[in-house]
Write a protein of this length. Structure first.
Length: 445
């Protein structure tokens, strides 16, 4: 079992999480949990192996992600595992991703053109948005390298201890995570009870320095020094073999992050009663967040060629965000079991954070002192349609086996915003939603 805390910052966090979820789905044999705007720790099944003790198993993948008119990304990932004869196992993984394109800055579209400075504040990085267009920084780019590993050690015939860690570096962000879990089998090994903990340490160095939360964008008030964010979480899970063809799993998790939780690149439009933009303000979020989630998954083999996996997840936090996720996955194998096809459908819905606001009226500001126009904190729903095709290939040795796969997904996000809009903003697409495609090629041997 591995604990996967929320990823770091966020310029397009959904982009990065969807790439990571796709890679985990391939490398963890479909056990990864794909999540949208908020991610709580989840358990993941160990990668599949060839079944040969003391053999290495290598999973690799290359993913390409493209949002309509916004960000595009490419991500290679490799995962190497080894199972020893005494039951111990080692796992190492490495990921690199590069993102570029246009990233929304949080401001509203307007009937007139708008000019913004880049994060660095340099005049050469300023950009102008045409009337009616969603404000987005066209010069956005970021790279990330992440490496991690885990070691599983049998303590007794029915107890296993797993420890691991992960290190991630971005242009303006460094993150280190350590985790540990223990699993106990009983009921003739038909039931497994597991418990895990993780601790994450993040250091942020925003480009152009972090702005003063809630300050006037035009004044460009910045804070000195870097920022930090720390998180701790726990997960309790149970896996039960119900029948020869039915496996069920239920997890409860909680995590808490404290420190700098703002997105230093997001602003909010200030408008008058007629809907005219009079200025902008840097967002301001609470400096702590606690999330709780419940996850339930059932895997059933209906025949030797057809199996299904259905998962449900509910998450809530003290920012008033509530989310529901349902995912259905089918796998149909050809008669010789050398090939299979795997359609996937995922539905997601979330409510808005209590301090989310698409704009601020210059006559009245929120009493909480917190506000954000970040669409990831708004109310929206999303649908994902995907399909994977895999083909077994001759291996490198007489007993080895390899597999080639290709996956394609289409993602569509729609906002459920019901805020009254001033007359001056009529005719503008204030909540345009998001459409994206993901293509992934994988090879396992």
């Amino acid at each position: 079992m591995q604990l996967k805390p929320e990823g770091p910052r966020a310029q397009p966090a959904i982009t990065r999480r969807r790439l990571m979820a796709a890679s985990c789905a391939l490398l963890s044999a479909g056990a990864a949990r794909s999540q949208e705007a908020s991610v709580a720790p989840t358990a993941s099944v160990a990668p599949t192996h060839s079944g040969l003790l003391e053999d290495w198993s290598v999973d690799s993948a290359l993913a390409y992600y493209h949002e309509d008119g916004r960000v595009q990304a490419i991500e290679p990932v490799v995962d190497v595992s080894k199972v020893f004869a005494d039951g111990q196992s080692l796992n190492f993984n490495a990921t690199f991703d590069a993102l570029s394109g246009a990233s929304p800055n949080g401001a509203l579209p307007s009937h007139s053109s708008q000019t913004f400075t880049g994060p660095s504040g340099k005049a050469s990085h300023a950009y102008t948005i045409a009337p009616g267009q969603l404000p987005a920084d066209p010069n956005y780019s970021d790279t990330r390298f992440a490496a991690g590993g885990s070691w599983t050690l049998p303590l007794t015939r029915v107890d296993n201890l797993s420890v691991g860690g992960k290190f991630s570096v971005e242009d303006d962000f460094v993150s280190a995570t350590v985790n540990a879990s223990i699993a106990h089998d009983f009921n003739e090994k038909n039931t497994t009870l597991s418990f895990g903990l993780f601790n994450e340490f993040d250091s942020l160095h925003p480009i152009g320095r972090a702005p003063v939360p809630g300050s006037d964008y035009a004044l460009a008030e910045k804070q000195t020094g870097g920022k930090t964010k720390d998180g701790v979480g726990a997960l309790l899970g149970i896996t039960q073999v119900m029948t020869r063809t039915w496996l069920t799993e239920f997890n409860l998790s909680v995590d808490r992050f404290t420190g700098y939780l703002d997105d230093p690149y997001k602003i909010t439009s200030i408008i008058d009663s007629a809907g005219n933009t009079t200025g902008y303000e840097y967002e301001s979020r609470p400096d702590e967040r606690t999330r709780k989630s419940a996850y339930w998954e059932n895997r059933v083999a209906w025949t030797s060629r057809l199996s299904t996996a259905l998962s449900l997840r509910y998450m809530s936090d003290d920012w008033a965000v509530r989310s529901d996720t349902a995912q259905l996955q089918l796998r149909w194998s050809w008669s010789n079991r050398e090939r299979y096809i795997e359609p996937t459908f995922r539905w997601y819905r979330q409510t808005a954070a209590d301090f989310y606001t698409p704009f601020i009226l210059d006559t009245a500001k929120q009493s909480t002192g917190f506000e954000s126009a970040d669409s990831r904190l708004g109310a929206f729903r999303a649908l994902t349609y995907g399909v994977k095709y895999a083909q077994k290939l001759p291996g490198l040795g007489s007993r080895a086996e390899s597999e080639f796969s290709v996956r394609a997904e289409y993602y569509q996000q729609t906002f459920n915003e019901q805020v009254p809009v001033p007359a001056g903003l009529q005719g503008l697409d204030l909540f345009p939603g998001l459409k994206a495609i993901l293509v992934q090629i994988g090879y396992r041997f």
